[in-house]
Every structure is written in structure tokens, then in C-alpha cells.
Design a binder for this molecule. Structure first.
Ligand SMILES: NC(=O)C1=CN([C@@H]2O[C@H](COP(=O)(O)OP(=O)(O)OC[C@H]3O[C@@H](n4cnc5c(N)ncnc54)[C@H](OP(=O)(O)O)[C@@H]3O)[C@@H](O)[C@H]2O)C=CC1
Ligand SMILES: O=C(O)[C@@H]1CCC=N1
Length: 274
């Protein structure tokens, strides 16, 4: 599908690396198809040495030579990056932005009319083929472009196509969600150490348990409450633990976390227009 395509990344940070790693692992692209631009020379050297991809310090040059251009810089610098690359982007290039809060309208205003723009909110598990990505298409992106973008992100996890209006909420839930999951795993690991395990064993028990629980939800399609009921024997250990979680407000804390992250994504989007 991408055999003869050149792929560029502007911004070689955490998320660009996760995507590059995942796409290479999936066999979707070969290293010689990928060019990355970043302002940090050490970062470019690291990516080149680790993934055998091509570095290019000049973002405009990268933008001008690729078929698919990923915008993987922070939202705070996206306006400057768009001003830099706009003169170089060819009409046939597909631009995929993953910047939190940055709307398709902002991208369209800065890039020449007619450019196919896809806004995506992925998450870092794309690096291990278990990502969750949501996609919205700009007005110049045709259905084939949508299929291509969906296939790229499907190669590194699951994909949903959404109305752009829910992108901030996606950012608050699945985009930012790995951070919440890592906090939970870290806390459960501490708990394991507290009840006597080595840290190494505690981490394995914690991570594999969350992984297994998530897999059960996805594989069975059952409501999580039904699966929880299967764990909570009457008068047993699990209900004692669940009772404590409810008393400590874990459920409300997670809801508040997603609302806070969603609001932050909205706020970052508004700043692009200031
Ligand atoms: N991390 C995540 O889990 C997710 C992130 N995103 C989005 O992905 C984007 C990148 O996030 P993330 O990877 O975490 O951020 P990082 O800060 O790790 O990566 C961004 C990289 O771009 C570099 N950079 C800054 N300015 C330029 C420029 N003008 N040209 C080229 N490179 C530049 C940065 O350098 P320097 O450090 O010097 O600024 C940095 O190395 C953001 O827009 C974020 O909203 C989306 C989904 C999930
Ligand atoms: O924290 C952030 O802004 C980015 C967007 C989603 C996850 N990380």
C-alpha cells in the first residue's frame, strides 16, 4: 500500500518515534522510505542510528519531497511549522496532523487550498501495534485518502473515524489515556511491593493483570461490570478491594481526569487562533 511512497515527519519526539517504530514493526514501510526533521540534532542522530531512517534538519525540504507528511510537533509550535512548510508542500501530498487541539480549519488556513488534510489522535501504544487512533478528514481529503490514513493507523492498532467535534474528548480519553494506565500500573506495582513482592514480580503481576482485563473486554464484548462480577466471589477478596476503590473515589477521579484533559485540549486549540 505504501511501497512507493515517501513518508516525512516534522518533529521527531516521543509520538513520532512511536509511530515510526510501529509502522516499521508492522512492515508497512521500510526505513529508506522515512525522513524525519527535528530542531534537536541529537534527536535526529538517535532516530537515524536506531531506525536507519533519513534525517533532514530542514523541515521545508522534507515537506517538499514526501507523499505523506506527518506533523508531529507540539501544538505550541505548529503555526510556525505550517508557515515554514506551506510554500513547499505539493498539492498531491497528504498531510496528517496529530497535534492535540489543532483544528483542521487552522491547518487548512495555513496550507495552500486543495491539500488533503487528515487530523488524527493516536496514542503511544502504536509503538507496539496496540494503538487507538481516531481520524477526521479535511474537506479536500477524498475517501481514498481516508482509507489510506485508516490503513496506516490500523497497521499499528485500532482506528475509528469520528466527527472532528469530538477530537478533544478523544484526546482526553484514549490520546492521554496511556498516561493514566501507566499511573495505575505503577501504583499497583507499589502495592505489590507493599504486600511483599520484589518490584520486578510486582510489575509483572500488575501489568499482565491490566493487559488481561483489557483483552477480556475487547475479546468477549461483555460489559466490564459483568466481567467484574465474575471476579467478585460473595464475601470474598475482590469485593473487599472494589469497596475500597469506590470509597477512595477512583471512579470519579478517572472521570475527572478525562474531563480535565479534554478541557486542556480545547484550551490548546483556542490558543491557535489567538
Ligand atoms: N505523546 C503522546 O502520547 C501524544 C502526542 N500527540 C501529539 O503529538 C505531537 C508531538 O507530541 P510529543 O511527541 O509528545 O512531543 P515531543 O516534544 O516529544 O516531540 C516534538 C519534537 O519536535 C521538535 N520540534 C520543535 N520545534 C520543531 C520544528 N520547528 N521543526 C521540527 N521539530 C521541532 C521538538 O524539539 P524540542 O524538544 O526542542 O521542542 C521535539 O523533539 C503533539 O502535537 C501532541 O499533541 C498526540 C497523541 C499522543
Ligand atoms: O499530553 C499531550 O498534550 C499529548 C496529547 C495526547 C497525549 N499526549
Amino acid at each position: 500500500m505504501l511501497e512507493h511512497k515517501q513518508i516525512g515527519f516534522i518533529g521527531g519526539g516521543a509520538m513520532a518515534e512511536a509511530l515510526i517504530k510501529g509502522m516499521l514493526k508492522a512492515g508497512l514501510v521500510q526505513p529508506n522510505q522515512i525522513t524525519v526533521s527535528d530542531v534537536v540534532a541529537d534527536r535526529l542522530s538517535y532516530l537515524t542510528n536506531t531506525y536507519d531512517i533519513s534525517p533532514c534538519a530542514d523541515a521545508q525540504q522534507t515537506a517538499g519531497k514526501v507523499d505523506i507528511l506527518f506533523l508531529t510537533v507540539k501544538p505550541q509550535v505548529i503555526n510556525n511549522v505550517l508557515d515554514t512548510i506551506a510554500p513547499a508542500v505539493s498539492k498531491s501530498t497528504i498531510v496528517i496532523s496529530i497535534a492535540a487541539g489543532v483544528t483542521i480549519a487552522t491547518l487548512q488556513n495555513k496550507l495552500p487550498a486543495g491539500i488533503a488534510i487528515v487530523r488524527v489522535m493516536p496514542n503511544t501504544p502504536v509503538a507496539v501495534g496496540a494503538g487507538m487512533s481516531a481520524i477526521s478528514l479535511g474537506k479536500y481529503a477524498n475517501p481514498q485518502t481516508g482509507e489510506l490514513a485508516a490503513a496506516i493507523f490500523a497497521s499499528v492498532g485500532r482506528v475509528v473515524t469520528v466527527e472532528e467535534s469530538v477530537m478533544d474528548a478523544v484526546t482526553g480519553l484514549s490520546g492521554s489515556g496511556p498516561a493514566y494506565a501507566f499511573v495505575l500500573i505503577d501504583a499497583l506495582t507499589d502495592a505489590g511491593v507493599r504486600v511483599g513482592f520484589s518490584r520486578q514480580n510486582a510489575l509483572l503481576l500488575a501489568a499482565q493483570t491490566l493487559y488481561g482485563a483489557a483483552k477480556m473486554v475487547l475479546d468477549t464484548g461483555e460489559h466490564p461490570a459483568k466481567l467484574r462480577d465474575m471476579v467478585t466471589s460473595p464475601g470474598g477478596t475482590a469485593i473487599a478491594g472494589v469497596h475500597m476503590l469506590e470509597q477512595k473515589g477512583v471512579r470519579a477521579a478517572l472521570i475527572d481526569a478525562v474531563v480535565a484533559a479534554t478541557n486542556r485540549s480545547r484550551e490548546m486549540g483556542k490558543r491557535q487562533h489567538e
